[in-house]
Design a protein around this ligand. Structure first.
Ligand SMILES: [Zn+2]
Length: 103
């Protein structure tokens, strides 16, 4: 799938159609000293109570032998940045794609 680098779409902050620059959103690693670290979350009192919301605590043992590679396509997350207010939103693609490129 080829996707344009600049699209004109609705911005929920400006409340009108504006130009947005498109980039592919990637999963960022959770560092031990970064703002999104688990240590920081625990100090702020997050991850307490019933359930870990899939974010906190130790990883399950099942992850070591879980079947991988069964799907050859995936949904792409796009990071759209408004050129007027410089705020960004993430949009998930509606269809699954094997190849993705911005042009
Ligand atoms: Zn905007």
């Amino acid at each position: 799938m080829k996707y344009p680098k600049i699209i004109r779409t609705y911005c929920k902050y400006c409340k009108k159609h504006t130009e947005h620059s498109v980039s592919q959103a990637r999963v960022r690693e959770r560092g031990s000293l970064k703002k999104g670290s688990i240590e920081r979350a625990k100090k702020r009192g997050l991850g307490r109570g019933y359930g870990n919301l899939g974010r906190y605590g130790s990883k399950p043992a099942i992850s070591k032998w879980k079947r991988t590679g069964s799907k050859s396509s995936k949904r792409i997350d796009l990071r759209l940045k408004c050129k007027v207010c410089n705020k960004s939103t993430i949009r998930t693609s509606s269809s699954r794609v094997k190849k993705f490129s911005l042009e």
